[in-house]
Design a binder for this molecule. Sequence first.
Ligand code: FES
Ligand code: FE2
Length: 436
Amino acid sequence: MSLLTRTAAPVGDIAAMVARRAVGYSLESSFYASQEVFDLDLDAIFSRHWLFCAAEAELPEPGDYVTVDIGPYSVIVVRDDDEQVRAMRNVCRHRGARILQERCGAVGNLVCPYHQWTYRTDGSLIFAESQPPEFDRERFGLKPVHVRTVAGLVFVCLADEPPADFDEVAQVIEPYLAPYRLQDAKVAHQTDLVEEGNWKLVMENNRECHHCDASHPELLTAYFPFHRYSEDDVTPRMRPAFERYQAASAHLDNVCSILKAPRDVSRELDSRPTGYMIMRLPLDGDGASFGQDGAQVCRKLMGEIPEPRFGDLSLHLQPNSWFHLLSDHAVVFSTLPIAPGKTLVRTTWLVHADAVEGVDYDIDTLTAVWRATNDQDRALVQRAQRGVSDPGYEPGPYGLIEDDVEAFINWYIGRLREHLIPHPDHLGLLTQASGQ
Ligand code: FES
Ligand SMILES: [Fe+2]
């Protein structure tokens, strides 16, 4: 039974909310605070789109696994004995017990702790005690979940029929990601941060840097403030920094052309089911990474990158992830909903597999900027959740530099609309709500 069916009573309200959403404005309160919308989000968004859930580097050996919890769903992502990445429901086919409770680990087989039904790492059932002779093990393998790896990033989709455009998006982003060879990287560090806010507030906050000046002093030291500036916008006082920016951009153009790495922005955030944006930004100071004044934070560079000044490759994917790839490390983020006002943000730092902790990098320096930034964002999201839950809140207008927030919300509303409209029971409600 779909979660939508279970919340049948308020669907009319949600459909009306979707229909009256004002373009360019934040959502009304219930989108962020109500259990019914949260349930619908799990059904319409998290059960039907490709979700970034892990780096392949988290599963270096056969039998290595991670579990990923998405609301009430739990998925096992495991490298099988043939080294393929597999995903399956973390639900035993005997009487439904959770098979794996740990966040990550390594197994020979997957053994349910309840009555010891035992599955291979490809999900097939190999042992079930006390079943009758005619018992057909083939019928009771773990339910597979669609899984794709793209340049070392692992995506799952809980739908029977995942969005078909994922391959097109993978083709676009793969050449950008290739030089970093994330599939050969190793995990240097990972944090799980529970934020007291709706998952959409976490994503909205990520999709703009309007708040960065006031909130992210550590992060800002790496970036030029000129993204999307034209020369006419530059005041005389900004001129020296703008000239540094132009030189760093020209250098980045040059390195990209030597490595045959794409340099242009590609942005389809709200015009397809698998919305994305990918771009490279030159960095200030040393121009290498997130260290002090743009310094490297790992001595060994990623993959085959020959040059530390390779900018920041920034990738955004709807609905739940963002990525920063530097010459010397990568930071990858996934957002996983827990409750209407609670969201897990998982952050993973990747370095070259041969980089040695204490020699090539230390964890504190490697992670300093994003640990600080995540914590600052956590406080902002909590503050936003409190405000939008106040009866005095009403949706407010996004600014011009919040266009990727609008694109995220526009994508979200479009996906809900598509989910709700085809259902014959909802058609009347939607047309009624929109006054058509
Ligand atoms: S519920 Fe898993 S073995 Fe019984
Ligand atoms: Fe932020």
